[in-house]
Write a protein that binds this ligand. Structure first.
Ligand code: HEM
Length: 356
């Protein structure tokens, strides 16, 4: 054989078949606006994406050992946590990672809200984001039941009862969630299928929509329409932006490992449907909702379960169509800024009150 194989010929072979070389070149040549690389708040969307990938990876690892049956779920999670080599780490990162995803998604959403990034032409970017937020909460709700321990069992029981109290369609809703009149194997199967199939497929689809919108419109420009040319300049995506994403993502991953080692992922006693003394407690990011329910007892319950959530999500969907001015500086649009701070403040206060 007299023909030597050079790097160039390998590159050419790969390029002709896959376009991989030019795709990598496009990333290394890409640029971002200077104001994006300067403000860490613009890192949040990308870091949320990395956190989701970590959730998918740890989730897939646990799927090799998890048994989605009421007879075996608890023991399989117990095995992952206490016997499988590094199982505690995989489950711990998945557990704490779920909270990280919620925090990052909400912070990212708050950034786009406060900076008016939902405005024309980014309405679809915002709307797909609202769906992503719902999917994110859906992951938290369905994942909670999977260990089939007391904590998940009773919190889900409360959750399906709340759904059951919705006027007119409540009965169908709770039946749909439970797969029958009681919480048992069909419930676990439905939550499992939703958690590992329906939600991952949905999140992939809506993330694709979200990012394709980003590609189409680019990231929103500087807040100040009279920004200086150096703010409007473009800087290389790598290292100026991607390196910051990598450092922040590595820091968060380190925190998740630390929390897994120090606190681990909780696993209580196996689910006992006869133990009605157990005080149900949801994941911390649903606590504000539990607290809200306390203020609307009996016949008023549907105000908290239906009217308030519908109002909030209705506002989120209507937002880009109602707030149509070109102004994006938070201090120049005091009504939307004050509304955002009010909602966040209310959620923080309700969460804090739920501990009292
Ligand atoms: C799964 C969760 C999400 C992921 C992975 C994600 C990812 C991203 C990424 C990578 C960007 C570009 C970088 C940045 O602006 O930080 C972005 C932009 C954007 N996202 Fe998200 N996002 C998510 C959830 C949301 C939510 C919940 C909303 C709002 C309801 C939202 C609204 C937007 C908007 C409006 C932009 C355009 C920002 C601009 O042009 O300044 N996203 N998203």
């Amino acid at each position: 054989m007299n023909k030597s194989i050079s790097t160039d010929s390998i590159n050419q072979w790969v390029e002709e078949r896959t376009h991989l070389v030019s795709d990598i070149q496009a990333i290394t040549d890409a640029t971002v606006p200077a104001h994006v690389a300067r403000n860490p708040m613009y890192l949040l969307g990308s870091v949320t994406l990395v956190a989701f990938v970590l959730q998918a990876m740890t989730g897939i690892m646990m799927m090799f050992y998890y048994d989605p049956s009421t007879a075996g779920a608890y023991d399989s999670v117990d095995f992952i946590t206490y016997q499988l080599p590094l199982g505690w780490l995989v489950r711990g990162v998945h557990h704490w990672g779920a909270s990280a995803v919620v925090v990052l998604t909400v912070l990212h959403m708050f950034r786009t809200y406060i900076f008016g990034a939902y405005k024309k032409p980014r309405e679809v970017n915002w709307l797909s984001g609202v769906v992503l937020l719902l999917i994110c909460l859906g992951f938290g709700f369905t994942g909670y039941l999977l260990p089939w321990d007391q904590r998940g069992y009773w919190a889900t029981r409360v959750g399906t009862e709340i759904a059951g109290s919705v006027p007119v369609i409540g009965g169908y809703l709770s039946q749909l969630m439970r797969g029958g009149p009681i919480q048992g194997q069909f419930t676990l199967t439905r939550f499992f299928a939703t958690h590992v199939l329906i939600l991952p497929l949905s999140i992939t689809l809506f993330t694709a929509v979200h990012l394709s919108q980003l590609k189409k419109h680019g990231i929103s420009g500087p807040l100040d329409p009279a920004a200086k040319p150096e703010v409007r300049a473009r800087v290389p995506l790598f290292p100026n932006f991607l390196l910051q994403v990598a450092v922040l993502a590595a820091g968060i991953a380190g925190l998740l490992v630390y929390l897994s080692a120090i606190k681990g992922a909780p696993l209580e006693f196996p689910a006992d449907p006869t133990n009605t003394n157990y005080v149900p407690r949801p994941e911390w990011y649903f606590l504000f909702f539990f607290q809200l329910l306390r203020y609307f007892p009996g016949a008023l319950e549907s105000i908290a379960t239906v009217l308030i959530p519908l109002f909030i999500f209705g506002c989120m969907i209507a937002l880009p169509f109602v707030d149509r001015s070109a102004e994006r500086r938070p201090w120049k649009k005091p009504v939307t800024t004050a509304a955002g701070i009010f909602y966040v403040g209310a959620i923080v206060i309700l969460t804090a009150l739920s501990f009292t």
